[in-house]
Design a protein around this ligand. Structure first.
Ligand SMILES: Cc1cc2nc3c(=O)[nH]c(=O)nc-3n(C[C@H](O)[C@H](O)[C@H](O)COP(=O)(O)OP(=O)(O)OC[C@H]3O[C@@H](n4cnc5c(N)ncnc54)[C@H](O)[C@@H]3O)c2cc1C
Ligand code: FES
Length: 283
């Protein structure tokens, strides 16, 4: 069993969860993830480890509460335990000296980009990060990024922080004035597809981290199948990072939506259950 050591809300729908998982904390590298399960009836879901304390044996992750399992995770209290935390999984990010590395993310995915950009900086790269969000309230990890980045650009859909526009607009503006050697994009699939096109148009190499549906995370089930350079790849063992210029993003989007109906039913059942519990407590 793995104990929750802390859980705090960073923004509406986004929680920073810290879990006591010494074996994972000892070996995890930037770009890797874990597959966790809350209890024996729970679904297995992949979560990126955004920070780790090897001495304390603690791993951190930012949970975006979008469905049943992420909603359950986001209400866990310190001291509560979850059943499985399997990892580290996936291929670590290729941290090397590229020159200028530009990171692009949206809202919660800033957490997944954070350890990679920090390691890129430590490797001697100049690093710029573009964070996109719906509004000021949804921006997370800005201060953490500013602590080491050479430049942080904020774009919001409503213009309430930084300048108005999407992260990909910020990337275009950046690349017009400052050439990047590598663009590292982590976020919604459409954002990564657009960021890849922009990077290619500006002569930069581009890496993306794919949010394929995963079950076992060990290359056995095939759930995370993606097409990269016309070849089938398993995102859990051969990714999750791939060359963005080669990814079939449209196929990925179709596969991500495969279980929408079942996910909706499962979330509705969970919300009904919670409502009944609350009514019982109120009585
Ligand atoms: C390598 C990787 C790292 C990730 N890191 C994070 C993270 O750090 N923080 C975070 O909040 N989310 C992360 N995700 C996404 C997260 O796993 C899904 O949002 C989660 O599984 C949704 O489960 P749910 O029951 O809450 O929602 P559901 O209602 O079941 O699903 C909502 C949407 O999430 C996606 N999804 C559902 N099940 C899975 C699954 N088993 N594997 C992958 N995607 C799924 C689908 O697109 C689906 O439409 C990551 C995904 C991958 C592949
Ligand atoms: S999640 Fe099963 S093969 Fe990748």
């Amino acid at each position: 069993m793995y104990e929750i050591s802390d859980n705090k809300q960073l923004a509406p729908g986004y929680n920073l969860l810290k879990i006591n998982a010494p074996l994972v904390a000892a070996r995890i590298e930037p770009g890797q993830f874990v597959v966790l399960r809350i209890d024996e009836r729970g679904e297995r879901i992949p979560m990126t480890v955004c920070d780790y304390d090897r001495e304390e044996g603690i791993i951190s992750m930012v949970v975006h509460a979008v469905g049943k399992t992420t909603k359950r995770l986001s209400i866990l209290k310190p001291g509560e335990k979850i059943l499985n935390v399997a990892g580290p999984l996936g291929v670590p990010s290729a941290i090397k000296k590229y020159g200028h590395v530009a990171g692009v993310c949206r809202q919660g995915t800033a957490a997944a980009l954070y350890p990679i950009m920090r390691a890129m900086k430590e490797e001697g790269n100049r690093v710029t990060v573009v964070i996109g969000a719906k509004s000021r309230r949804e921006i997370i990890f800005e201060e953490e990024m500013r602590a080491f980045c050479d430049r942080v650009i904020i774009k919001t859909d409503d213009g309430s922080a930084g300048s108005r526009g999407y992260a990909v607009h910020g990337l275009t503006e950046l690349l017009k004035e400052d050439r990047a050697d590598l663009v590292m994009a982590i976020g919604p699939t459409t954002m990564m597809k657009t960021a890849s096109k922009i990077a290619i148009a500006h002569g930069a190499k581009v890496l993306v981290s794919l949010g394929a549906i995963m079950l076992d995370g060990t290359g056995m089930c095939g759930a995370c199948r993606v097409t990269v350079g016309r070849k089938t790849r398993f995102a859990c063992v051969q990714g999750p990072e791939f060359d963005g210029s080669l990814v079939d993003f449209d196929e990925l989007k179709r596969r991500q939506r495969m279980y929408l109906k079942a996910e909706k039913i499962s979330l509705q059942a969970f919300e009904r259950e919670k409502e009944t519990e609350t009514q019982k407590t109120d009585r």
